[in-house]
Ligand binder design. Structure first.
Ligand code: G4P
Length: 540
């Protein structure tokens, strides 16, 4: 190697290292209405990515007005533009991955968490842990990703802060560490005490949350603080602080392994506690982490470019039929126009058209680094879980398939289109839009589709009609969960379940049972002690 080449390689290496170090890639998980959109918006506001709070929602409304498409397209309009939002703040590059939490809750939501290095869990201070948070948390736990908690809406009457911490500990089995502590809640919410600096950040109610709130910092022992609120609230606050000091420490390694969550209190709507959260988040949240592959651990600073596809999004709008494959970069540097090999097909793909949403603008990506997510628009050959790499082929962990919660039987209106239908089903399954199950002993040939969110059925019906010219009806079924069976073949053959249980196989010929309720699942477990009932399978 010549001296010039050696210097260039060393420079590229240190650039890569520096870029990895400054990246923070995370997803926000929450139950609908806890305040995920509001917090996202405020993070963008503090990050300088939007000038005015309200821009995210305004964009939504604008998207609705522009496209007079059906309801779900409006919903999808949101998720297309907000799959990942990137912005620079305080020298860091922040990639915020969107996990839709409303009725468009889908498998994508789960898989998006695979592309994140950390998660922020937003809880409503009046409600604590709710159903959807719990589901998403399970995925974070499986991956052991660090979780930060933002307890929102403290400007509204909230549960006791200790009760909220206990809820997290009991329901999620996650230790907590309060990074800050609220003084009151609802009308009596006066601020948060930052334990690190020992300062109380005073909250000033704002007529609207459009501007950044600048908190006044005071000593919590100031007489003026006691006068801010009633005696009881102040007493509870000071007692709380004493109790906290006697509590657990925030051990970095426990946080990194997802065993303890740093907890922040605040109010996203009134911008309160948001900047404190963002600043602490940057120091606490990890840089892009190494990733497991069949060939061993891949370090982000490895100079060979590698990434995997965690989401495929097909645009519903017939005026611009994009199909975007979202790639999470795991190592090396992405350069526009570079060639990378798809491990599954062995084919080289020229990476010309990668896009990113940077500070609310869609941009063509010239270069990107580990932790970044780029949307590839010329992606018709790519499927979910594909790895793209430079040099030796590697395979990251297979993409998980989660138990759907809604099921429907499909009826193809024109039987002569059955072949097209099958092709479409294969494609939609590989995109991860839905799962398809074939009843084992069914007299009818109609397959069953399963989805995590009901909206997916309409998406499938629409895609079949527009992309494959196959008209279908679907009839909702009363199953609510499925389990993949694992065990000896003869035990699987002899499977016994309740009369309402349906035995099927999936696209990869694995045996899977659909159950109308937990009773039927427990019954099956009881009758088939040699079998393992898995709630998660994988693509292949
Ligand atoms: P989501 O994305 O998790 O579903 O929640 P989103 O941010 O849309 O917030 C849900 C509702 O809660 C919104 O009210 C929002 O304004 C409100 N909210 C969010 N953060 C706070 C907070 O810190 N304090 C208070 N008091 N309210 C908060 P909405 O009436 O449903 O919508 P909008 O009319 O305000 O847009």
């Amino acid at each position: 190697m010549s001296d010039t080449t050696r210097t260039a390689t060393a420079e590229a290496g240190s650039q890569l290292e520096a870029e990895v170090k400054r990246r923070r890639t995370f997803a926000i998980i929450s139950h609908p209405d806890a305040g995920k959109t509001t917090l996202t918006e405020k993070l963008l506001l503090y990050g300088g990515a939007v000038q005015m709070a309200g821009a995210v929602k305004a964009r939504r409304k604008q998207a609705h007005a522009v496209s007079d498409w059906m309801e779900m397209e409006k919903e999808r309009g949101i998720s297309i533009t907000s799959t990942v939002l990137s912005f620079d703040y305080s020298g860091y590059r922040i990639n915020l991955l969107d996990t839709p939490g409303h009725q468009d809750f889908s498998e994508d939501t789960y898989r998006t968490l695979l592309a994140a290095d950390a998660a922020v869990m937003v809880l409503d201070g009046a409600r604590g842990i709710q159903e959807q948070t719990l589901k998403l948390f399970e995925v974070c736990k499986r991956r052991q990703i660090p979780i930060l908690t933002f307890i929102n809406k403290m400007d509204r009457p909230s549960l006791d802060p200790f009760e909220l911490l206990e809820d997290i500990e009991k329901t999620l089995g996650l230790e907590t560490y309060a990074v800050n502590w609220p003084l009151g809640n609802g009308d009596r919410f006066k601020g948060v005490y930052d334990r690190e600096s020992g300062k109380l950040h005073l909250f000033e109610r704002q007529a609207h949350g459009g501007k950044k709130a600048v908190a006044k910092e005071v000593d919590p022992r100031d007489q003026a603080v006691a006068e801010l609120t009633d005696e009881q609230t102040h007493e509870e606050f000071t007692e709380g602080l004493e109790l906290l000091e006697a509590g657990a420490e925030l051990r970095k390694e426990d946080f990194s392994r997802g065993k303890i969550t740093p907890v922040f209190f605040g109010s996203a709507l009134s911008n309160f506690g948001v900047q404190l959260f963002l600043d602490k988040f940057l120091t606490l949240a990890p840089q892009p982490s190494p990733r497991l592959s069949e060939e061993g651990t891949i370090e982000p600073t490895d100079d060979k470019f590698r990434g995997f596809i965690f989401k495929i999004q097909a645009d519903m709008n017939p005026r611009h039929r994009d199909r975007v494959a979202f790639l999470r970069i795991c190592s090396g540097k992405f350069r526009r126009g570079m060639k990378a090999k798809c491990t599954r097909t062995g084919q080289d793909i020229k990476l010309n058209y990668a896009q990113q949403l940077f500070a609310q603008e869609r941009v063509i990506v010239e270069e990107a680094f580990p932790g970044d997510v780029v949307g590839m628009t010329n992606s018709s050959n790519l499927i979910l879980g594909d790895t793209l790499c430079e040099g030796e082929a590697v395979s990251f962990e297979p993409m998980p398939l989660f138990s759907p919660e809604h099921f429907a039987r499909i009826n193809i209106k024109d039987p002569s289109r059955r072949k097209h239908f099958q092709k479409a089903m294969d494609q939609l399954c590989l995109e991860g839009a839905i799962q398809v199950f074939f009843p084992k002993d069914s007299y009818a040939r109609d397959p069953i589709i399963g989805a995590v969110g009901v909206l997916q059925f309409e998406v499938v019906q629409d895609r079949l009609k527009n992309d494959y010219r196959v008209d279908i009806d679907y009839e909702r079924m009363n199953f609510i969960l499925c389990r993949w069976l694992e065990g000896k073949e003869e035990d699987i053959e002899k499977f016994t379940g309740s009369r309402q249980t349906l035995v099927c196989h999936d696209l990869w010929d694995k045996t899977v049972c659909l159950f109308p309720g937990n009773w039927d699942l427990d019954y099956a477990k009881d009758k088939n002690p040699n079998l393992v009932f898995r709630s998660i399978s994988q693509v292949n």
